[in-house]
Design a protein around this ligand. Structure first.
Ligand SMILES: [Zn+2]
Length: 91
């Protein structure tokens, strides 16, 4: 096995895969920035991402038409394209 293949395995298993997993966790938790935890910390970042509380309620609102979670300041739902009233940013 050449060094190039080892590097490829290293990058794939310790960097790209945790970044992808962190991204998926972030989607479920309405926290799109979680991909960076996977990129910066690898599997430790995934563990951190998994332990994080949902972003819901702090920076997300719920569409009255389809009940999907959407950004608080959105004027149109990204899921059903229904018009929604923007909520003031939570402080
Ligand atoms: Zn909707």
């Amino acid at each position: 096995m050449g060094a190039g293949l080892l590097v490829l395995l290293y990058v794939g298993l310790l960097w790209a895969l945790p970044a992808y997993v962190a991204e998926r966790i972030g989607e479920g938790k309405q926290r799109p920035g979680l991909v960076w935890w996977g990129i910066c910390l690898g599997w430790a970042g995934v563990a951190v991402a998994a332990c994080m509380a949902d972003g819901v309620g702090r920076d997300a609102g719920r569409c009255p038409h389809c009940l999907s979670l959407i950004p608080r300041q959105a004027t149109r739902c990204r899921h059903c394209a229904g018009a929604v009233t923007p909520l003031p940013p939570d402080r």
